[in-house]
Design a protein around this ligand. Structure first.
Ligand SMILES: [Zn+2]
Length: 178
């Protein structure tokens, strides 16, 4: 179905299918290439979705120095992220961390911080959507900063299909060197 992009008024194909609205591209940042995955709105063109993202990236990543690069890998300044959590800026940061493959809504194959009360200790998006860490490194750094001083017990857990669950206990997380 033909229509126009609600932003730039260019003629586009209106796309309802989620899979077809998803697209990715590489973005050079501090000497590496970030792989960005985005969704465009059904009535939005790719270029507009991309420029929207890049504007947010400038305002919420570069402005707050949220990301750095160490040994060819992107690193998140989790302290800044934690300080901004629960705010509009924090949610914008979360959107970007999802787009670049740091946080995910998928539980399987990703890291969770679990306590004996089984309350999720990972980040939330808009206080509603629970998120998981794709990399162990991030789960370790985040859990240390956010929950390292708590008196109660927690651990990191990663479940994978047909595999033994990986568990790292709080006391080991606090000792790990990343
Ligand atoms: Zn457009």
């Amino acid at each position: 179905m033909k229509g126009i992009c609600f932003r730039c008024k260019k003629e586009i194909k209106i796309e309802i299918d989620d899979k077809k609205r998803r697209f990715s591209f590489l973005y050079p940042y501090k000497g590496i290439e970030l792989s960005i995955e985005l969704f465009r709105f059904p009535n939005e063109c790719r270029e507009c979705a991309e420029s929207d993202f890049l504007r947010d990236f400038k305002n919420y990543v570069e402005e707050y120095d949220l990301l750095s690069v160490k040994e060819g890998e992107v690193r998140v300044n989790w302290e800044t992220y934690i300080n901004m959590s629960g705010t509009y800026v924090g949610d914008k940061m979360t959107e970007i961390l999802m787009s670049i493959g740091i946080l995910s809504t998928k539980r399987l194959g990703n890291w969770d911080i679990v306590s004996s009360y089984s309350v999720g200790l990972n980040p939330w998006y808009q206080s509603q959507i629970y998120l998981y860490f794709k990399r162990k490194l991030d789960a370790v750094e985040y859990s240390r900063l956010k929950w390292g001083d708590t008196l109660y017990h927690w651990w990191l857990k990663k479940e994978e299909k047909n595999k033994k669950h990986l568990i790292i206990d709080k006391k080991d997380v606090l000792k790990l060197i990343c």
